[in-house]
Design a protein around this ligand. Structure first.
Ligand code: BES
Ligand code: MN
Ligand code: ZN
Length: 497
C-alpha cells in the first residue's frame, strides 16, 4: 500500500457567547483549598450566564464525586430529560496554563465519544484558553494511516465566553501552535518506507505553498555535490533515495532579526555500516524529529505573521547499509572545507548538521542559530524521557530559550560544553574526529560547535532524542511522536522582534 497523504482530522474549536445546542456542558473545577487538607473541588467562576440550577447541581456534585480539582480529573454526570443532559466536571488545577493544557487533553480523551462539547470559560484568562485549546488539539491527536481502530466521535468544541473578540487572537495562537505540532508528529510517525527525503520535501512544499513571504529552496544530490555538502552526501550515499537540503525561509518585510533553525532529518537511521542492533534500530524512523520540529515552528511563525526572519535548514538523508554507503574510517569534507574522520557511521546526525551549520554561518549570517537533533541515546540516560539537553556558550540566549520551552509546557535542561573533552575532537587525518571519546551527547555538541565559526556565541544546540517520542499517552502527548520543539521554538520566536 502506498500512503501519499496523511492528515489527521482536526477538531473544530469555536468561540461563542451561546451554543446552538447544549448536549454536554463542561464546567472547570479547581482545588477548593490545600490538597493535603483533603479539600474538595470548587467550580471555577465562569463568565457566561448559565442557569442557576445547573450551577448549583454542579457545585453540589464536586464533593460527592470526590473531585479534588487536580488538572486532568474528569467526572461525567448524566441528567436524562434535562438540558444539558450531560455535565462534565473538569479539573484544571491551580489555574496556570499547563494545568489547563493537561485538562484540555484529558477532556479530549474523556469525551471522545461525544460529537460536541461546550466548555464554560472564565473571563480575562487568556492563558487558560491557550492551554485548554492546545491540550484539546494535542490530546486528541491520532496518527491514522489505515482504517484500523475506532475514530473518536468528538468533532466540535464550543468555548463559552462573554467576549468573543477578546479571545480570538489567543485561540489562533494556540491553534497554530497545536496544528504545527501535529504536523511534526505526522511527519515523525510516518513509516520510513514512505518518508524518504523526497517525500519529506514534498510535504514541506505542500505546507508552504500559497503563503506570501515564505520561500522554499531544495537542493538535490547534484546541487549538494556542486556546492560541497560532503557530510549530507556521505550519510545519504547508501540509500536508494537521495539526500536533500530543504531551505525554508520566512522573510517578512521589515524584520529586524534573523534566526536560522537547523533540524536533523535522518529519515531512517540503520547506523550504516556500523549497524545498530535490532532493538536500537526499531524506532529510527523518528530520527528526523528535529527537522520536523523546525519546519513546524517556521510554518507556525509564517502563519502567525511573526515579525522575525526565520530560515530553516533541514538536511535530509537516509542512513543505510549498502555498497554505496560511507565507511568507518572515511574522511569527509564538509561545506566550507573543514574535514572530519568518521570511524562510526552511526554518528551520522552531526555530519549532516555540520554542513548545514557551516552553510548558515558562511552564507546566511543570522543573528541567532539554533539546531534541534535526535542526536544521542545519552540524552535519555542523563535527563530521562521528557527533557531535551540544551547546550550554548551564551547564557542569556540559553535562558531565553529554556524559559520559552518551559512556558510552552515542554522541558529542556542546560548541559555543559565541557572543556575536558575538547582534546578528544582531534584526529590524525582530519580537522576533527566525528565520534570522540567521552559523554556522547556532550562530545556531539562540541563537534557541532566547531562548525559555528564566528557565530559560536550566538548558537544553541538541543539534543532532543528523548522527548521526541512518548511510549504511551501522557497528558497532551500521545503515543508516538510528540512534536517536541515546535511549541517552545514558536514561543521563543514570538518574543523576538
Ligand atoms: N539517531 C541516533 C540517536 C538516538 C538514539 C536517537 C536513541 C533516539 C534514540 C544517533 O544517530 C546515534 O546513533 N547516536 C549514537 C552516537 C554514537 C555513535 C557516538 C548513540 O547515541 O549511540
Ligand atoms: Mn546514528
Ligand atoms: Zn541518528
Amino acid at each position: 500500500m502506498i500512503f501519499s497523504e496523511v492528515r489527521s482530522s482536526v477538531l473544530a474549536i469555536r468561540l461563542t457567547t451561546g451554543p446552538e445546542r447544549l448536549d454536554t456542558l463542561v464546567l472547570p473545577v479547581r482545588p477548593g483549598g490545600p490538597a493535603d487538607a483533603g479539600a474538595s473541588a470548587e467550580l471555577v467562576p465562569t463568565a457566561s450566564a448559565l442557569p442557576d440550577d445547573v450551577l448549583a447541581e454542579a457545585a453540589a456534585l464536586a464533593p460527592v464525586a470526590r473531585l479534588t480539582g487536580r488538572a486532568g480529573q474528569t467526572r461525567e454526570h448524566l441528567r436524562p430529560t434535562r438540558t444539558p443532559e450531560r455535565l462534565l466536571l473538569l479539573g484544571v488545577g491551580d489555574g496556570d496554563e499547563q494545568g489547563w493544557r493537561v485538562a484540555g487533553a484529558a477532556l479530549a480523551r474523556a469525551a471522545k465519544a461525544e460529537p460536541r462539547l461546550a466548555v464554560a470559560l472564565p473571563d480575562d484568562a487568556p492563558a487558560a484558553v491557550r492551554g485548554l485549546v492546545e491540550g484539546l488539539l494535542l490530546g486528541s491527536y491520532r496518527f491514522r494511516l489505515t482504517e484500523a481502530g475506532e475514530a473518536p466521535a468528538l468533532r466540535e468544541v464550543d468555548l463559552l465566553v462573554t467576549d468573543v473578540e477578546a479571545y480570538r487572537e489567543v485561540v489562533e495562537l494556540a491553534r497554530t501552535t497545536a496544528e504545527n505540532t501535529r504536523l511534526a508528529r505526522d511527519l515523525t510517525n510516518m513509516p520510513s518506507s514512505v518518508k524518504n527525503p523526497q517525500w519529506f520535501t514534498a510535504q514541506v512544499e505542500a505546507a508552504a505553498a500559497g503563503t506570501p513571504d515564505l520561500h522554499l529552496r531544495v537542493r538535490g544530490p547534484e546541487e549538494l555535490a556542486a556546492e560541497g555538502f560532503g557530510g549530507i552526501l556521505a550519510v545519504g550515499g547508501g540509500s536508494a533515495s537521495g539526500p536533500r537540503l530543504v531551505e525554508l525561509d520566512w522573510r517578512p518585510a521589515g524584520a529586524k532579526r534573523h534566526v536560522v533553525l537547523v533540524g536533523k532529518g535522518i529519515t531512517f537511521d540503520t547506523g550504516g555500516i556500523s549497524i545498530k542492533p535490532r532493538d536500537a534500530m526499531k524506532l529510527m524512523r523518528k530520527d528526523m524529529a528535529g527537522a520536523a520540529a523546525v519546519i513546524g515552528a517556521t510554518l507556525g511563525a509564517a502563519a502567525l505573521g511573526l515579525p522575525v526572519r526565520v530560515t530553516t535548514l533541514a538536511p535530509l538523508a537516509e542512513n543505510m547499509v549498502s555498497g554505496s554507503a560511507f565507511r568507518p574510517g572515511d574522511i569527509i569534507r564538509h561545506y566550507g572545507g573543514l574535514t572530519s574522520e568518521s570511524t562510526n557511521s552511526d554518528a551520522e546526525g552531526r555530519l549532516v548538521l555540520a554542513d548545514a551549520l557551516a552553510y548558515a554561518v558562511a552564507e546566511l549570517r543570522p543573528d541567532l542559530l539554533v539546531d534541534l537533533a535526535t542526536l544521542t541515546g545519552a540524552n535519555a540516560v542523563a535527563l530521562g524521557k521528557r527533557t531535551g539537553a540544551l547546550y550554548s556558550d551564551n547564557d542569556e540566549l540559553a535562558d531565553e530559550l529554556l524559559a520559552a520551552i518551559a512556558a510552552a509546557g515542554e522541558s529542556a535542561w542546560r548541559m555543559p560544553l565541557a572543556a575536558d573533552y575538547v582534546e578528544h575532537l582531534g584526529s590524525d587525518l582530519a580537522d576533527l574526529h566525528s565520534s570522540p571519546a567521552g559523554a556522547s551527547s556532550v562530545t556531539a555538541a562540541l563537534f557541532l560547535r566547531e562548525f559555528t565559526g564566528d557565530l559560536r556565541e550566538r548558537w544553541v544546540h538541543v539534543d532532543m532524542s528523548a522527548p521526541s517520542w512518548a511510549e504511551g499517552d501522557d497528558a497532551e502527548l500521545t503515543k508516538g511522536a510528540t512534536g517536541w520543539g515546535v511549541r517552545g521554538l514558536l514561543r521563543w520566536l514570538a518574543t523576538l522582534d
